[in-house]
Design a protein around this ligand. Structure first.
Ligand code: ADP
Ligand code: ZN
Length: 575
């Protein structure tokens, strides 16, 4: 008999082998066999048993053995993976290998241990159902409405209770006997969010994120494959999870760029979520306070339904925002810290006096932006990447943020031997140091890629913030994402211009999103929230729209520009 298999190699086609009919009987689509490919043993995914082949049969090799007979994927999943393979021009064998945890085909005989590390109970969460607000009720009803099959964009301001909407929709979906995939950005996969889902749906939720060991990942996968867990909450790769009878796919914070995988199989989890849901007749909900231009424009052209939550729950006010013009040097606390204005500093002190918390956002790591020589103007750049090296003081080093190369900071200029080296620009490390000097009694924590190395660091810091063991949290984007902390009364954006000047056609969109998201961390409980934005451009329309919660204006302006300059969503760009 002939067997058609996909091999994980960079060749865009499947391959035929011979197999004896007795063995073939034990196999099906999705089984895993061993073959010899280019004289090397490799595993191969079974796609089918064709009646004929256009290859000379005497030249076909035989399958060398069976690795896993019981199917790792079914026909529906194969159809989806084939679509992904064709759309992203990536060989099917590699797509399948990327989609299915290695453990299921490398150590299939080992029974998965129920290694589930405790994620609950770290941060106080309430598993209670909330009585929905009127807006939330309308949103749930529209999402569950079977007469309209289009994906729903749920555009809800920060703190409007989108997660509660997802959970009540999920409740109905589960009652119909169907399953669900909840995709969230990696950084949002904290005990806070996981606790909300697993407390509400005990025993039914599988979790997939990048910090699981292969054994843990496999265990979660198997719970889904056998139907013991019917919901997966996970980062982008969870879109491939073997959820049975899929009825719902939620993409939370759908605007997040982390849904795009940028190496090997390059896919966008949000986009393929829509494809998979379409194939399995599941409903899709894309949720965000700051939707991507792509999704927003799909509501204008009628491809998606549009549902909004314009108010925060319990009529909490959105924070009030004031601007500080950093060009006005009379407003600065000192010349050494041109990133700290008197108005912001006064507000920080007031909030600390009231025993509330402060969050400061700066999208720059390290101590300073870069080092330069005052005599000749030389700057230090990465030998591999030709980008400026970032200057760190603790421990002293010059580091490349692209490739990770680092070296000790020089005492002399490498070009002119001069000794007057200066650092320019400010990073989170410097903000931490200066504030510690100015406010010696405040408990200050830093939240960025160099302070937070792994999930454990992140969880313990979020815990300390939740338990009010931190007065001031300083951070990069990491701090802006989805966290729900009731004690944050003040958010300071130290330099709003940094992201506006990135050489990227999405720079304005990203700025709008980050300003809106970071502002949204303020005032999430009884206390009112306040936001101070320090900038060199206090009249910038993007900053104004974000601070005044005029998202419709922003989308209109930005779509006009995209159209004029032939950028997505009006044109496609491919790398
Ligand atoms: P979003 O994701 O839209 O920013 P969340 O879902 O995190 O908002 O909700 C913000 C807070 O409001 C959470 O603490 C949540 O438990 C609470 N919440 C959600 N819906 C309601 C409601 N209908 N009544 C009271 N509290 C609610
Ligand atoms: Zn480099």
């Amino acid at each position: 008999m002939i067997i058609d298999v996909a091999v994980p190699v960079r060749v865009p086609r499947s391959f035929h082998y011979l197999i004896d009919p007795e063995t073939a009987k034990t196999l099906s689509l999705g089984s895993l066999v061993k073959v010899s490919f280019r004289n090397r043993p490799t595993h191969a995914f079974v796609l089918g048993f064709p009646e004929t082949t256009d290859v000379d049969q005497s030249k076909l090799k035989s399958v060398e053995g069976v690795i896993v007979a019981s199917p790792l994927f079914d026909e529906k999943m194969l159809k989806f993976l084939t679509w992904v393979s064709e759309y992203y021009c990536h060989p099917l064998g590699e797509v399948i290998a990327a989609a299915i945890p290695k453990q299921s085909w490398t150590a299939p005989k080992r029974k998965p241990k129920e290694e589930s590390r405790c994620v609950e109970g770290l941060i106080p969460v309430s598993a209670n159902r909330h009585d929905l607000t009127e807006e939330q009720k309308i949103a749930v009803a529209k999402i569950l409405d079977k007469s309209d099959k289009r994906p729903v964009l749920l555009h809800g301001v920060t703190g409007s209770g989108k997660t509660e909407v997802y959970m009540q929709v999920l409740d109905s979906v589960l009652q119909e006997g169907r399953g669900a995939i909840i995709l969230v950005p990696e950084i949002a996969l904290t005990p806070q969010l996981l606790g909300r889902f697993s407390d509400r749906f005990p025993g039914q939720v599988a979790i997939l994120h990048s910090d699981l060991t292969p054994g843990e990942r496999f265990a979660q996968w198997e719970r889904l494959r056998h139907g013991t867990a019917r919901v997966v909450v996970g980062a982008r790769s969870a879109i491939f999870a073997p959820v049975k009878n899929l009825g719902l796919v939620v993409v939370d914070e759908e605007h997040e760029s982390s849904f795009k995988q940028e190496d090997s199989l390059r896919y966008h989890a949000r986009d393929i979520a829509i494809v998979r849901a379409g194939m399995e007749e599941a409903k899709v909900v894309l949720g965000s306070a700051t939707p991507s231009l792509e999704s927003y424009s799909n509501t204008l052209n009628g491809r998606y339904q549009y549902v909004t939550l314009k108010e925060r729950v319990q009529k909490r006010a959105l924070p009030t925002t004031t601007f500080v013009d950093l060009k006005d040097t009379t407003q600065l606390v000192s010349a050494e810290a041109p990133w700290l204005s008197i108005p912001l500093f006064e507000k920080i002190k007031k909030v600390l006096g009231d025993k509330q918390q402060v969050l400061l956002y700066l999208n720059r790591l390290g101590f300073a932006h870069f080092l330069f020589c005052h005599d000749c103007g030389h700057t230090w750049r990465c030998k591999n990447c030709d980008v400026a090296l970032t200057y760190y003081r603790n421990p002293p080093s010059l580091r490349c943020h692209y490739c990770g190369a680092h070296k000790a900071p020089p005492s002399n200029c490498e070009a002119c031997e001069g000794t007057s080296l200066e650092s320019i620009g400010v990073g989170t490390e410097q903000v931490e140091k200066t504030l510690t000097e100015l406010l010696p009694n405040a408990r200050i924590a830093r939240m960025d890629r160099s302070a937070i190395k792994n999930r454990k660091d992140l969880e313990s810091l979020l815990n300390r913030i939740a338990h009010r063991e931190v007065d001031i949290a300083i951070g990069t984007q990491m701090i802006a994402k989805g966290h729900d902390f009731p004690g944050i009364a003040l958010v300071g954006v130290l330099l709003a211009d940094a992201s506006l000047n990135l050489p990227d056609f999405r720079a304005q969109e990203r700025t709008f999103q980050i300003i809106t998201q970071v502002s949204g961390r303020a005032g999430r409980a009884e206390i009112a929230g306040e936001v101070v934005i320090q900038t060199l451009n206090p009249e910038h329309p993007v900053l104004l729209a974000a601070s005044q919660n005029r998202s419709d204006d922003f989308y209109k302006q930005e779509l006009d520009l995209r159209k004029q300059f032939l950028f997505p969503p009006f044109q496609r760009l491919a790398m």
